[in-house]
Write a protein that binds this ligand. Structure first.
Ligand code: NAD
Length: 357
């Protein structure tokens, strides 16, 4: 099998786990080229991983001219996902693009079209699909232990957790906690609920708290991630929604950067005709045995483990490119997710239910 040459677009935060995912497969992948509009950042990463300076770029169009590159990780802020992904696909590269797939469903559809035209893989970084908790939950669901799932409850609530910088600036992010955090749990819920198509959405968003740079910490000099740099805070700080699927099942979602809640919550609960599943902090099944209500927990830990999580995703990407396996988070799943997010924002803006076509 040919060793794949990998390039990274956007060499800061999340790119680190893409790079370590590639480096974990030295017989299959070589970290080959890097691109960031901030040249210094990319050069530092290049130095750390022995990527020659000639293969460090500030414009991905220049980098993508290199025919040697086989695969590309798009790890930029959200506004650059669509242009960088489309340029990579048009240049004949396979792409893994970080979540959220794009700023909106229109961009996502254009990305999928580019993938279809090029015949190359476009995988979306829905990393929660690769979690150990997801694997066990799916096994339990497929084993018939939950029955027909008719309701789900997904939460990703932070008490004070605005990530700072561009994440708060709508021009770069497309939105706040809904598109940044909600996207993870909505996708995970939809995946575990059987991957049904969304038909309608009622959503609300709020920006009453903002990013609260004034908050004090009892343990640190200051707690805030603040507005930082040249970015404006122009997104929601809280979002909630009810999503209806074509099989009649409903998912409720709550996501926040800032909320006056005792402590942050990240959880997914699924309710079926035979049992209920709760994913966090440990997976539990609520069912009946011999007509007694019984709670089932696992002897071994089922808590989501971040150790090796992204590596699993990157191994899957490389295996898909090599034709070893079928992609479990392809572009079409990202498009559906973006339609849900668009509908929630539209419903929040209009105050009405939005029908998804
Ligand atoms: N899967 C996850 O759990 C997870 C976690 C964190 C971030 N993310 C996603 O990863 C993406 C990046 O987030 P981050 O935290 O790494 O952000 P970051 O700000 O740390 O890094 C983004 C980098 O992209 C660069 N960039 C922007 N536009 C570019 C362009 N046109 N060409 C080249 N480089 C460009 C920026 O200069 C910056 O260095 C976001 O979409 C975010 O939602 C996913």
């Amino acid at each position: 099998m040919k060793k794949l040459k990998a390039a990274i677009i956007g060499t800061a935060g999340i790119s680190g786990v893409h790079i370590s995912g590639y480096l974990a497969q030295p017989e299959k992948v070589e970290l080959y080229a890097l691109c960031d509009i901030d040249h210094e950042k990319a050069l530092k990463v290049a130095e750390k991983h022995n990527v020659p300076k000639e293969r460090v770029f500030t414009d991905y169009n220049d980098m993508l001219k290199d025919k040697e590159i086989d695969i590309v990780s798009v790890c930029t802020w959200n506004a650059a996902h669509a242009p960088a992904t489309i340029a990579s696909l048009n240049a004949g590269k396979h792409v893994i693009c970080e979540k959220p797939m794009a700023m909106n469903a229109k961009e996502a559809a254009a990305m999928k079209e580019a993938a279809d035209k090029s015949g190359k893989l476009l995988m979306i970084g829905f990393v929660r699909r690769y979690g150990n908790d997801c694997r066990v939950a799916l096994d339990f669901i497929n084993g018939g232990n939950v029955g027909e799932i008719y309701y789900g409850k997904a939460t990703y609530l932070r008490r004070h957790g605005f990530p700072g910088g561009w994440f708060g600036d709508k021009k770069y992010s497309g939105g706040g906690p809904l598109i940044d955090l909600g996207v993870h749990v909505i996708d995970l819920a939809r995946y575990l609920m059987g991957g049904h198509m969304p038909v309608s959405v009622y959503g609300v968003t709020s920006d009453k708290l903002g990013c609260r740079p004034e908050l004090k910490s009892t343990t640190k000099d200051h707690v805030s991630t603040s507005k930082s740099g040249d970015f404006d805070f122009s997104v929601e700080d809280f979002a909630a929604a009810m999503i209806r699927f074509d099989n009649g099942a409903v998912l409720s979602v709550e996501a926040s950067f800032d909320l006056n809640i005792k402590s942050g919550v990240g959880n997914l609960e699924l309710f079926g005709t035979k049992g209920g599943l709760k994913l966090s902090p440990e997976l539990e099944l609520f069912t009946n045995i011999n007509d007694y209500p019984v709670n089932v927990s696992f002897a071994d830990s089922t808590a989501l483990s971040f150790s090796g999580l992204f590596e699993k995703e990157m191994v899957h990407f490389v295996d898909c490119v090599n034709g070893v396996t079928e992609c479990i988070s392809p572009a079409e799943e990202g498009v559906i997710l973006m339609k849900i997010l668009d509908a929630i924002y539209e419903s929040a803006a209009t105050g009405h239910e939005v029908i998804i076509k």
